[in-house]
Ligand binder design. Structure first.
Ligand SMILES: CC(C)(COP(=O)(O)OP(=O)(O)OC[C@H]1O[C@@H](n2cnc3c(N)ncnc32)[C@H](O)[C@@H]1OP(=O)(O)O)[C@@H](O)C(=O)NCCC(=O)NCCS
Length: 217
């Protein structure tokens, strides 16, 4: 399966991606914040592609211009998401590509896929204490805080951490879609001069508060 967004292609991982994967996943600022160790060699990356990345619903995040993988996004079943009608969303992207909103863009498509195509009811997303970058992605997507667990064993790293869990229900996701549609209408009004910047700011602020979407982007 393959998905296209404005700037990205989301596609299956294949063996030929190992060298590109290693380039990004050897960085200690990428895997460890998410709970997995930096890759140690191209061989190690190949093994990850053949095992973890061969699972269903795991996609390479590629720029449209060259279709090379720069990160990963996927829907997982695990301790947090055990039921047939729920998944956990997971993601990372190479450091050179941070800060361009690429993972929010890829994740929005994953949420659409989960709720519309797979008929999923709830998507969980977790981050370890201190990973403010990842929390920011969840806020932008519209996830809501659910609970915190202390003393989580991160076995791959031999560490004990605190984890925070966020939730997106299908109802909340539908509300986010409605909010984005209404924002788009306001953007059009502003761009064609139907409303002033001051009117836009007031209406947009009211909309954010009314729909509880202050952090959604
Ligand atoms: C978390 C992560 C996936 C975000 O992806 P992204 O595509 O950069 O997401 P965004 O562009 O929306 O940036 C999210 C936030 O990261 C922070 N950020 C962005 N670029 C940064 C940089 N170069 N250095 C430090 N922080 C940065 C900003 O706070 C940003 O929020 P803002 O847009 O409101 O300023 C990415 O940082 C990453 O892969 N981190 C390591 C792996 C990881 O933590 N995965 C998640 C596990 S739960």
């Amino acid at each position: 399966m393959m998905f296209e967004t404005e700037r990205l292609i989301l596609r299956s991982w294949n063996k030929g991606d190992a060298a590109e994967l290693y380039k990004h996943a050897k960085d200690i600022e990428v895997g460890p914040p998410a709970g997995w160790p930096a890759h140690t060699s191209v061989e190690n990356s190949k093994e990850i592609i053949n095992t973890l990345f061969s699972a269903p619903e795991i996609y390479a995040v590629c720029l449209k211009e060259d279709n090379k993988p720069i990160g990963s996004v996927g829907l997982h079943r695990n301790d947090i998401a055990q039921r047939d009608d729920e998944y956990e969303l997971g993601y990372w992207i190479g450091k050179a590509f941070w800060g361009q909103g690429l993972i929010p863009e890829a994740s929005r498509e994953m949420l659409r896929h989960a709720f519309e195509d797979l008929k999923i009811q709830r998507i969980w997303c977790g981050y370890y204490d201190g990973n403010t970058k990842s929390r920011r992605v969840m806020d932008k997507l519209g996830f809501e805080y659910h609970h915190t667990t202390e003393g989580i064993e991160v076995s791959l790293l031999g560490e004990i951490r605190t984890g925070h869990v966020m939730l997106m229900t299908k109802e909340r996701w539908q509300k986010v879609q409605l909010f984005l549609k209404q924002k788009q209408t306001l953007d059009t009004f502003l761009n064609n001069g139907a409303i002033s910047q001051a009117q836009y700011n007031k209406s947009f602020g009211d909309l954010q508060i009314l729909m509880n979407m202050q952090k959604v982007k």
